[in-house]
Each structure stands twice: as C-alpha cells, then as structure tokens.
Design a binder for this molecule. Structure first.
Ligand code: ADP
Ligand code: TYD
Length: 206
C-alpha cells in the first residue's frame, strides 16, 4: 500500500490552525481520501501533563517543558496503537495541528533554538512533513480571535507571540530543506482555504 502524506499546520495561537485543519479534512474526504486529523500536544501520557503545564496547574523549567513536548511527539509518531506512522502506513493522509516547528518557535523563545533543533532530531529524522502550512496572522489579530474562546494559556500574550512569530521565520531559514508554505490568514477563511487546498493537492501529486 502507498504510504499516505503528512500535512502539518503551524502558526501562533489563534492563527486558524484547527479551523483550516477541519476544512481541509472535510474537503479531502469528499474527494474520497481517508484522512486522520490529530494534534499536539496529544491526549497521551505526556500530553496530559503538558496541558496541566499550559494551564498553570503544574510548573517545570522551560527546558524540561521542551523535553516533554519532544517526549509527547515521539509517542505521537511511534505509538503502536495511535501513532501517526501507523496511520500513514495504512495509506491515510495525516493532518497534524502543530509539530516540531512549534517547539522551535515556542520553546526556542526560552532556550537556544539550535538546542531545540537537536532535541527534536529524532522526530526530524523519523517523520518529516510532506508539507508544513504556516498560517500567518499579526499577533494583534490573535488577541481578538482568542478572546472569543475565553481563558488564555501559558504563551498567549502579544509580546510572547511576536517573538514566536519571528522564531518561526528564523526556524524556516535554519531548515531550508523543509517544504514550508506561508499562508496569509489575515484575510477571509475562504481565500486562505483555497490556497491551502491547492498547496496540498500539489503535495499529494494530483
Ligand atoms: P488555532 O487553532 O490556530 O488556535 P482557531 O482555528 O481556533 O485557531 O481560530 C481562532 C479563531 O479565529 C476562531 O474563532 C476561528 O473561527 C477564527 N478564524 C480562523 N481563521 C479566520 C479568518 N481567516 N478570518 C477570521 N477569523 C478566523
Ligand atoms: P493549543 O491549545 O494546542 O494551541 P492553540 O492555541 O494554537 O490551539 O496549545 C498548545 C500550546 O503549546 C501553544 O501555546 C503552543 C505550545 N507548544 C509548544 O510550546 N511547543 C510545542 O512543541 C507544541 C506542539 C506546542
């Protein structure tokens, strides 16, 4: 069976990742593709602890948090029951909301980015996205969008997200071998969704 393609959405908090991930899934399924939609942090053992850290119910040094994101990611890739490799081997398209560029951009705001890249080396060598879609919005736009969701998490502050957005672009230039497409999501959902769809069809080779 042909291995499925691996599509990743990245962007700052509130940039529209989950919205576009669902729209893409629905559109591909209408065309007959089998699609597995997933996200990081996961619902697994490390992901549960990460949620507690993100909502301030637990605390650890930033480097330990970066390590925990990596632990969660390796589980997400390799887990025998729920792992993404398994879904890809079954020929499904895997759409993942956040992956290692999130570590580079967020955890790289608190620890040297080169160190975070090394920390993520196993994931990079084991499962590289066929396409990473970076949804770009201005950090001010994020505030108005996430306010509609209620409570805010650890990294959801404008100054932090300015730095995170800069870090994404720094990470893209440090890893030129990655297939990254920057999509402006400051415009209508429909316009951005169309650009995403065309980029994905290109990555699928259709
Ligand atoms: P993320 O998953 O990146 O945190 P969401 O998909 O939850 O972001 O989007 C945050 C909010 O922004 C949601 O209310 C969503 O409906 C809205 N949104 C997403 N894309 C757009 C867009 N292009 N224009 C206006 N609002 C948008
Ligand atoms: P989540 O609620 O999924 O983000 P969003 O608001 O975009 O829907 O929360 C995930 C948070 O964890 C987000 O602030 C980014 C951060 N994060 C890291 O710091 N490192 C990582 O490796 C990942 C995957 C996420």
């Amino acid at each position: 069976m042909t291995r499925g393609k691996f599509i990743v959405f990245e962007g700052i908090d509130g940039s529209g990742k989950s919205t576009h991930a669902v729209l893409l899934k629905e559109r591909l399924e209408k065309e007959g593709y089998r699609v597995y939609l997933t996200r990081e942090p996961t619902e697994g053992e490390a992901g549960v602890l990460l949620r507690r850290l993100l909502t301030g119910k637990a605390d650890l040094p930033e480097q330990a948090i970066a390590g925990l994101f990596m632990t969660d990611r390796i589980d997400h890739i390799l887990n025998a029951k729920t792992g993404m490799l398994r879904h890809l081997e079954e020929g499904e398209i895997v759409i993942c909301d956040r992956y290692y560029f999130s570590s580079l951009a967020y955890n790289g705001a608190y620890a040297p980015m080169e160190w975070v890249i090394e920390l993520n080396r196993l994931a990079m060598d084991t499962l590289r996205p066929d396409l990473t879609l970076f949804l770009d919005i201005r950090p001010e736009t994020f505030l108005s969008r996430i306010e509609s969701r209620g409570s805010t998490e650890r990294y959801e502050k404008v100054e932090v997200l300015e730095k995170v957005r800069e870090n994404y672009f720094k990470a893209f230039s440090l890893l030129p071998e990655e297939n990254v497409q920057v999509v402006d999501n400051g415009r209508s959902i429909e316009a951005a969704a169309e650009e995403i769809y065309l980029a994905v069809k290109d990555a699928l080779g259709k």
